[in-house]
Write a protein that binds this ligand. Sequence first.
Ligand SMILES: Cc1cc2nc3c(=O)[nH]c(=O)nc-3n(C[C@H](O)[C@H](O)[C@H](O)COP(=O)(O)OP(=O)(O)OC[C@H]3O[C@@H](n4cnc5c(N)ncnc54)[C@H](O)[C@@H]3O)c2cc1C
Length: 457
Amino acid sequence: MEERIIQAIEAIVGAENIQTEATDLYTYGYDASPEFHHEPDLVVAPASKDEIIQILSVCRDNRVPIVARGSGSNLSGGTVPIAGGIVLLFTRMNRILEFDQQNLTLTVEPGVITQEINQYIADSGLFFPPDPGSMQISTIGGNISENSGGLRALKYGVTKDYVLGLEVVMANGDVIETGGKLTKDVAGLNLTQLMIGSEGTLGIITKAILKLMPKPEANKTMIATYRTMTAAAQSVSDIIAAKITPATMEFLDQVTIKAVEDFAHVGLPTDAAAMLLIQQDGHPREIDADIETMAAICRDGAAIDVQVARDEAHGAQLMAARRTALSALARVKPTTVLEDATVPRSEIAALVNFINETAQKYQLYIGTFGHAGDGNMHPTCLTDLRDEAEMKRVHQAFAEIYQKTIELGGTVTGEHGVGLAKLPYLPWKLGAGGMRADRAIKAALDPDNILNPQKLY
Ligand SMILES: Cc1cc2nc3c(=O)[nH]c(=O)nc-3n(C[C@H](O)[C@H](O)[C@H](O)COP(=O)(O)OP(=O)(O)OC[C@H]3O[C@@H](n4cnc5c(N)ncnc54)[C@H](O)[C@@H]3O)c2cc1C
């Protein structure tokens, strides 16, 4: 990057808020996906929307790519600055701006860490339902831009269901305010939802109005273990068919159960082939009735064992253990390739059986866990990036797994985003017309292609 451009940016944010050291540039060349790396030319931490407008103006004039980055915890190469340019941080835009207890909203800057939202409103009797496994580190700006899901998605939905309005700096320097503290608003196109999940390619989010919900009075957790994956998947279908919507219904296969137990030591049954972790919340009487019915369904569905957590603390311990699944698996081998195949719930068993067959065919070590209630599976291949022959087999295996996912009526990413990782598979899901429509929107809103280029389209 030319020195005069660096100086122009420095004049906007101050020398202390730019990073040009080789080690910093190397670090910001990565995110949580293992296979992509490209260094930016500059890392910049603006303090305000106005500074972002000015930075974008410099980028536009000089055709410099600009990649928004929350915590870089995305698993799709979404923040790897593949075309160089600027990585834009929100570490100085991390304030909670307003808690409106009349309208049940929280207005935040994009750099707020997800977990801090619920900590901030802990005593209010309200909560913010989206709870990605990464909530201790991810930012709300990243969650919105990936439309992240979480363990409570089955009952409460995902991030898009809790964003009422956004402030966004567009590539041309316009600042738009979408939505508001409104439950109804059909004025114009739904730009709030267009921005959600757009992975930093259509605008820079500088503020968000979030919807809060009354906090459930209590919760109860149970685990059911199985000899086969098919039996576990059948219980998932039977519970949904019984018209019960648990807050959480997670699936772990044997590879994952063993890795988690080895890591978290919470007494998981390491001899089981599959396990469901189920939580219900709400009024204590309703919870008890639902847990009783679900336990009966699991037993009838050939569960080897069904155990209800002793109390909420024990339940929280089991849920926390589930959240460690990726970290636990990541300890096994040097490289962890975590995927995001999503099918209709009725097809979970077919997908997981196919994943296991494919792992055998390509002699790969794949553990699968995921949000069973959402049909969202995370087949996780434990491998080594330095083993080129094995990595080739990993790519072949996942291409087949995604082909199967599409055949089963599924999608190539349920919550982790397209980024760079899912680009090769995206046309399988969108088709030629869908790809053209997406690209037309990108070209209209970012004609110079400076916002996170080479991603998503
Ligand atoms: C251990 C672990 C567990 C995970 N569990 C889950 C899970 O349960 N569910 C789930 O959905 N994901 C999960 N993820 C993936 C990841 O944490 C989420 O995608 C998360 O939302 C990313 O947040 P971030 O702040 O790290 O964003 P980043 O990774 O920094 O960025 C993500 C995308 O958002 C864009 N972006 C960031 N901020 C802005 C902004 N202000 N304006 C415009 N664009 C912006 C970036 O350009 C990028 O495209 C997990 C990841 C890990 C490592």
